[in-house]
Design a protein around this ligand. Structure first.
Ligand code: NAD
Ligand code: TDX
Length: 341
C-alpha cells in the first residue's frame, strides 16, 4: 500500500507517520509538506532513513507538484492546513488558500489519478459553539456554523470533499475531531503552550474568564481512529472523534498542568478574550464507536501526564521553536492584541 500524507511534518501528521510505520512497516509513505512555521522535519527523525519513507517539499496548492506526487498513490490522508485559530484572526487569507484551494487541488488530482481512498482530516470547530449551560453534544448531524476564519476554511474544505464524492464518486471519508494534544505539538496551542511556558517559568495566558470548554483527544487515539476509518469507514461518511474529557474548562486543564509541574496558580494570567471565541465543544463519538469500534485507550489524566513528561524530556525540541519568529508572533498576539503584561 502506498500512502500520500499531506502536512506530515506537522503535529498530527508526524505522529500519524510514526504510528503507521510502527503498525504497517511494509507500507510506503510519501510526505508532502511545504514546511511552514508549523512544519518540522525533526518530528520525523525516527523514520528519515527508512527506505519506505520519502519526503517531498512542496505546496498542496501547486498543481504540478501535486499531480507528480499523486502518481501510484493508493490512499491520501490529508492533514496539511493552516491550523491555528488565533493566526486566522490575524491573517485569514492564507487559511483560504491552503485549506480551501489546496484541498480542491488535492481532490482533483486524486480523482484524475484514480486514488482508491481520500481521507480528509477536519475539526469539530466547523459546528460552531455549544451553550455552556446545556447538555448538547456535536453529532454528525449538527449544522455547520463556523465562527472563526479557520473554522470557515475547514468547513469549506469539508464541503468540497463531499462534492467530490457526490459529483465524481471519489471514495472519501472525513473525521471531525476535537482538540488534539500530545508529543510534537507546536507550542501555540493551549496545552503545549501552557506546559512549555510553565517549564520556562513564564505566565500562562488564559482568554476571558478561562471557563470555556474543549473536548481533548490524545493524538495517538486520533491516529488509531483514522486507521479504523481507512479500514472500515463507509464512502462519503463523516465520523466525529473525541476523547474522554467530560466538560473540563480551560482553567481546570491549566491547573492540572501546574499541579503536575509543582507550580502554583500565580502563573495564570487572564488576558482579553479571543474575538468570536467558541464557548464549548463536546463530542458525541458514538457513531465511530458503533461502526468502527473506536474507543480512546486511556483517560485524560494519564495522557496529560505522558504529554507533560514528553515536553520535560524534549526541551531542545521546543526551545528551538520558541525562539526567533515565534517571539514576534507571541508579542503581536498576546502583548499588543490581548494586553498581556
Ligand atoms: P500543524 O499546524 O501542526 O501542521 C500543519 C502541517 O501542514 C505543517 O507541517 C505545515 O508545514 C503543513 N502545511 C501547511 N500549509 C501547507 C501547504 N500549503 N502545503 C503543504 N503543506 C502545508 O497542524 P496539526 O495540528 O497537525 O493539524 C493537522 C490537521 O488536523 C489540520 O488539517 C487541522 O485542521 C486538523 N485538526 C487539528 C486539530 C488540533 O487540535 N491540532 C484538531 C482537529 C483537526
Ligand atoms: O493562550 C491561549 N489561551 C487560551 O485561553 C490559547 C492558545 C488558547 N486558549 C483557549 C482558547 C480555547 O478555548 O484554550 C482553548 C484551546 O485553544 P487552542 O489550543 O488555540 O485550540 P482551539 O482554538 O480550540 O482549536 C484547536 O482545536 C480544533 C486547534 O487549534 C484546531 O486546529 C482544531 O481544529
Amino acid at each position: 500500500m502506498k500512502l500520500l500524507v499531506t502536512g506530515g511534518a506537522g503535529f498530527i501528521g508526524a505522529n500519524f507517520i510514526l504510528y503507521w510505520f510502527r503498525k504497517y512497516p511494509q507500507d510506503k509513505i510519501v510526505n508532502l509538506d511545504c514546511l511552514t512555521y508549523a512544519g518540522n522535519l525533526a518530528n520525523l527523525e525516527k523514520v528519515k532513513n527508512n527506505s519506505n519513507y520519502s519526503f517531498i517539499k512542496g505546496n498542496i496548492c501547486d498543481r504540478k507538484t501535486v499531480d507528480k506526487v499523486m502518481k501510484g498513490i493508493d490512499i491520501v490522508v490529508h492533514f496539511a492546513a493552516e491550523s491555528h485559530v488565533d493566526k486566522s484572526i490575524l491573517e485569514p487569507t492564507i487559511f483560504v488558500k491552503t485549506n480551501v484551494l489546496g484541498t480542491q487541488v488535492l481532490l482533483d488530482s486524486a480523482f484524475k489519478n484514480k486514488v482508491k481512498h481520500f481521507h480528509h482530516v477536519s475539526t469539530d470547530e466547523v459546528f460552531g459553539s455549544l451553550k455552556l449551560d446545556s447538555q448538547d453534544k456535536f453529532t454528525e448531524k449538527s449544522p455547520y456554523q463556523p465562527n472563526s476564519p479557520y473554522a470557515a476554511s475547514k468547513a469549506s474544505s469539508d464541503m468540497l470533499v463531499r462534492a467530490f464524492y457526490k459529483t465524481y464518486g471519489l471514495k472519501v471519508t472525513v473525521t471531525n475531531t476535537s482538540n488534539n494534544y500530545g508529543p510534537y505539538q507546536f507550542p501555540e496551542k493551549l496545552i503545549s503552550l501552557a506546559i512549555t511556558n510553565i517549564l520556562e517559568g513564564k505566565k500562562v495566558p488564559l482568554y476571558g474568564n478561562g471557563l470555556q470548554v474543549r473536548d481533548w483527544l490524545y493524538v495517538i487515539d486520533h491516529c488509531r481512529a483514522i486507521d479504523l476509518v481507512l479500514k472500515k469507514g463507509k464512502p462519503g461518511e463523516y465520523y466525529l472523534i473525541g476523547g474522554l474529557t467530560e466538560g473540563i474548562s480551560n482553567i481546570e486543564v491549566v491547573k492540572k498542568i501546574l499541579k503536575k509541574l509543582n507550580q502554583d496558580e500565580n502563573l495564570i494570567e487572564f488576558v482579553k478574550d479571543r474575538p468570536g471565541h467558541d464557548i464549548r465543544y463536546t463530542i458525541d463519538w458514538s457513531k465511530a464507536k458503533q461502526e468502527l469500534g473506536y474507543q480512546p485507550e486511556y483517560n485524560f489524566d494519564t495522557y496529560l501526564e505522558k504529554t507533560v513528561n514528553w515536553y520535560k524530556e524534549n526541551k531542545s525540541w521546543w526551545k528551538k521553536i520558541k525562539s526567533g519568529e515565534y517571539q514576534n508572533y507571541y508579542n503581536k498576539w498576546y502583548k499588543k492584541n490581548l494586553g498581556m503584561k
